[in-house]
Design a protein around this ligand. Structure first.
Ligand SMILES: NC(=O)c1ccc[n+]([C@@H]2O[C@H](COP(=O)([O-])OP(=O)(O)OC[C@H]3O[C@@H](n4cnc5c(N)ncnc54)[C@H](O)[C@@H]3O)[C@@H](O)[C@H]2O)c1
Length: 305
């Protein structure tokens, strides 16, 4: 089977090496399309491939139509909103992600940004500590669980809410379970977002939700920019001089947020999963999932069932 790695922003060399080894060890062939600049290059490359590994690359109906032999596309990462999963289903193309492989990387970045923020963005003035602060984790998935583990090391009081994960499972991890998203916002000094971008969550983090947070609140977003209602958060930040917003994905209204000096920080590019370890883990997991699909028809990680 012919497997294409199509990455506008390439994997680290070690990850490509690992993917190649995995794919070839199962008797499959690997082809590479890295740093492409035009959609036309992608459309040409997908023509005769049976499988694809992508990162944040957009897999649109146009790409899926051009990929006549495609049977499976794996997003080396957690979120898969860059792939038209419903259209892929109509073409019998299995879409998978590699959950958990970059979760620790994202979770560590949450704390990098938090320490930076509570120390006043290193402006030379005395800041505060994370120890004893209440951290609310919105969505207790792979990233959320890693955030909880690290937060305990900082001596924080940790609680979480997840619409689909039962309270017992949250409590089994030694974390207080909130009964609702509102309770999470009401009872925490810091709220860290780990929800996927879905029709229910898009723009759900709005004025009413965040305004429930106590004084000197911090909102951290390493999930997706789309979950924030930017217009309403800007309004709230203008009204509440105690509120800080930290983001791993520059908001569309970055210029507007930048006006809140000392209260806003965004990484220049999405940095959450950008570690050598996450890169290698996610790439190799994608290759193993493709091998398992062709060998045994395994679709354990399919997201468009
Ligand atoms: N910054 C980055 O580079 C980066 C990297 C990885 C993931 N992410 C983002 O972080 C998100 C979480 O990643 P993950 O690996 O933990 O995913 P995951 O699938 O393991 O966990 C997502 C959790 O969200 C919960 N959930 C879904 N809808 C919800 C809702 N409406 N309200 C409350 N909870 C809800 C699910 O039950 C699940 O537990 C991803 O969807 C992705 O958007 C960003």
């Amino acid at each position: 089977m012919k497997v294409l790695v199509a990455t506008e922003k390439p994997f680290a060399a070690a990850a490509v090496e690992g993917i190649k080894k995995e794919i070839e060890s199962a008797g499959n062939e690997l082809v590479l399309l890295e740093k492409y600049t035009e959609t036309a290059q992608l459309l040409e490359a997908v023509k005769d491939v049976d499988a694809m590994i992508v990162r944040s690359d957009k897999i649109t109906p146009e790409v899926l139509d051009a990929a006549k032999q495609l049977k499976i596309v794996v997003r080396a990462g957690a979120g898969y909103d860059s792939i038209d999963t419903a259209y892929a289903k109509t073409k019998n193309v299995v879409v998978e992600n590699t959950p958990g492989q970059n979760a620790n990387a994202v979770a560590e970045l949450v704390f990098g940004m938090l320490v930076y923020a509570v120390r006043n963005f290193f402006n030379g003035k005395a800041g505060s500590e994370l120890k004893g602060k209440r951290l609310g984790i919105l969505a207790f998935g792979n990233v959320g669980r890693n955030v909880a583990r690290i937060a305990k090391g900082f001596g924080m009081e940790v609680s979480a809410y997840d619409a689909f994960c039962p309270a017992e499972a949250i409590e089994a991890a030694g974390v207080r379970a909130c009964k609702s998203q509102d309770e999470l916002f009401q009872t925490n000094d810091i709220v860290s977002l780990h929800i996927p971008a879905t029709p229910e969550t898009i723009k759900s983090i709005n004025y009413a939700a965040v305004n429930q947070m106590p004084k000197n609140a911090i909102l951290v977003n390493t999930a997706r920019k789309e979950v924030i209602n930017e217009e309403e958060l800007l309004k709230l930040m203008a009204e509440r001089e105690d509120l800080k917003y930290l983001a791993d994905i520059k908001p569309d209204a970055d210029a507007e947020f930048t006006k809140f000096e000392g209260r806003y920080f965004a990484t220049p590019k999405k940095m959450g999963a950008q570690t050598a370890e996450a890169n290698v883990n996610a790439g190799i997991a994608a290759a193993q999932q493709i091998n398992a699909f062709f060998k045994d028809g395994c679709t354990k990680f399919q997201v468009n069932k």
